[in-house]
Design a protein around this ligand. Structure first.
Ligand SMILES: NC(=O)C1=CN([C@@H]2O[C@H](COP(=O)(O)OP(=O)(O)OC[C@H]3O[C@@H](n4cnc5c(N)ncnc54)[C@H](OP(=O)(O)O)[C@@H]3O)[C@@H](O)[C@H]2O)[C@H](O)CC1
Ligand code: K
Length: 494
């Protein structure tokens, strides 16, 4: 699913209106109907509803929504924030249509602000994708009223005051909705952790924008939905054998952190690899053979840390980092591997931290290697950034400069490709914020690479399946009780 910028959304609107054809006011009606379909499934009509409208098309949506809900026997009040003499044509047309059903109240100054009963559900139709500057004046006062009230707020298209495709300032007045119901496509702002409180739970409603024209729009931003993930999965052939699905090597673990190697190894096996070898320090030998009999074990010469590898040329994929530790000897082993490896690596955790401490290693990372940093590890690698948009841009430049793939982990993990494209993940939940889930992701991606998935697909699909397994685990165990092993047990990539 594509993620477009403000100009492209407008262009898609205009193309749909021109070529379907459909009048703009009827497209607005479609949007309002789609919003109400969701709203009526979420809230019964015994709850009073107050709609706050700006004077543009977002406000026009609000007027149409108010009319439709009123016809469905909701007790609806409408407030129009009169902040400008300019009103959009479709706003004015919907004001006319509303007049047969409801008389709106005007808000021009702070003393016009209404008292809201706690039961009232508020609909935020103040400002949408046309936001061109931070909210101010009476608009900011209404935003403040809704944010300080205890009422449930549902934003139309996007929270008023939030920019769709660039960073707000921390002081900008922005609605903090319980839900955002957005039209046709997700918005880039939804994927920035800094905006979490200004998005709430978001849902997409289809308003029938022209799909052919959408296909022709170029964007670097994508949302990995189930359709896309399933299109990447390679079916298994009945004549396949162990060799078909590759031989992965995972270099992980250190004294006290052998579990990280076991989690990565088990995830690798559960993701379909043919053969797995774990390279671990001597202290982990019995643990590994007992807890992961399906894996072969290559024992390091050192008792506590990984310090030396034999030839790696026979492996079809190599993952390194979980629980590795940052000993000098381990750092030297990593430097040698980066120099000798002739295939993309999966680099995680302590391996990333070692590279952060030895910046000269960045140029040695094999092409199309997949790095899986969480935000702190990324900051150590690429430096401080001003905000999430800046961090994303830094990630895109970093991926292009070093010809690598970066899985920037978070609520919507961003898979950043060397060509600058970014694929935001759609699966996963807060229950995955528990030790070892990063090790599991490393195992999954290493497994998919060993099976012959191109690095881009291994990263996008690996992140998706990792989150999906986490969602299954959460539904079975609950988000608080689930642990990384539960994610592994819920893997099912086929
Ligand atoms: N395809 C779709 O997604 C559809 C979306 N629809 C809805 O249309 C809005 C976008 O409507 P638009 O009229 O472009 O813009 P807004 O309603 O968001 O804003 C209206 C005007 O407000 C002014 N503005 C901008 N920033 C501020 C501010 N900080 N304070 C006050 N006013 C502001 C600006 O005009 P200026 O001349 O003042 O710059 C805006 O034009 C979209 O979000 C959807 O809700 C369609 O209904 C259907 C298709
Ligand atoms: K809005």
């Amino acid at each position: 699913m594509k993620i477009l910028n403000v100009g492209q959304i407008r262009d898609l609107d205009a193309f749909t209106i021109e070529n379907e054809p459909v009048s703009s006011v009827n497209l607005m009606e479609r949007a309002a109907q789609a919003f109400c379909w969701w709203f009526c499934n979420q809230f019964v009509n015994t709850r009073p509803v107050t709609v706050f409208c700006g004077q543009g098309n977002n406000g026009g949506d609000g007027l149409a929504i108010a009319r439709i809900l009123s016809q469905k026997c909701y007790d609806v009040r409408v407030y129009i924030i009169e902040h400008t003499a300019n009103t959009s044509a479709d706003f004015s047309e919907n004001l006319k249509r509303l007049s047969d059903h409801l008389t709106p109240f005007q808000i021009r100054k702070e003393t016009d602000l209404p008292d809201l009963s706690e039961k009232t559900i508020c609909i935020d139709a103040l400002l949408g994708s046309g936001l061109s500057r931070p909210a101010e004046g009476i608009m900011a006062k209404v935003i403040g009223l809704l944010n300080t009230s205890r009422n449930k707020v549902v934003s139309v298209d996007i929270a008023s005051g939030l920019f769709i495709d660039k960073s707000n300032q921390e002081t900008d007045p922005i609605i903090q909705p319980l839900f955002t119901i957005t039209f046709q496509l997700p918005k880039l702002a939804f994927f920035m952790p800094q905006n979490a409180v200004f998005v709430g739970e978001w849902r997409i409603v289809d308003i029938g924008l022209d799909t052919v024209h959408l296909l022709q729009q170029h964007t670097p931003y994508y949302y990995t939905d189930s359709a896309h993930a399933e299109s990447i999965i390679r079916p298994r052939n009945k004549f396949s054998h162990k060799g078909t699905f590759g031989h992965a090597l995972i270099i992980a673990g250190s004294y006290g952190k052998i579990g990280a190697a076991i989690l990565a190894g088990k995830a690798c096996l559960r993701s379909g690899v043919g053969l797995l070898t774990l390279h671990i320090p001597e202290c982990g030998y019995e643990i590994a053979q007992i807890s992961l009999p399906e894996a072969m074990v290559s024992v390091d010469v050192d008792r506590k840390f990984n310090t030396a590898l034999g030839s790696v040329s026979s492996y079809s994929s190599i993952g390194i980092g979980p629980g590795l530790g940052q000993e000098d000897a381990t750092a030297q082993m990593l430097a040698k591997l980066l120099t000798e490896a002739r295939l993309p690596l999966v680099i995680d955790a302590d391996a990333l931290n070692i590279i952060s401490q030895h910046n000269d290693l960045l140029d040695k990372i094999p092409a199309k290697s997949i790095l899986t940093p969480h935000p702190k590890e990324f900051q150590r690698l690429a430096g401080e950034t001003a905000n999430d948009f800046d961090r994303l841009e830094t990630g895109r430049k970093f991926a292009q400069k070093y010809n690598i793939i970066i899985c920037l982990k978070g609520a919507h993990t961003a898979v950043i490709l060397p060509n600058g494209d970014v694929h935001f993940n759609s699966t996963g939940n807060a229950g995955m914020a528990t030790g070892g889930t990063g090790d599991v992701l490393t195992g999954i991606i290493t497994s998919l690479l060993a099976q012959g998935y191109p690095p881009e697909h291994a990263a996008i699909l690996g992140v998706y399946e990792h989150g999906l397994a986490g969602d299954r685990a959460a539904s079975r165990k609950g988000q608080s009780a689930m642990i990384a092993s539960d994610v592994i047990e819920n893997l099912k990539i086929d």
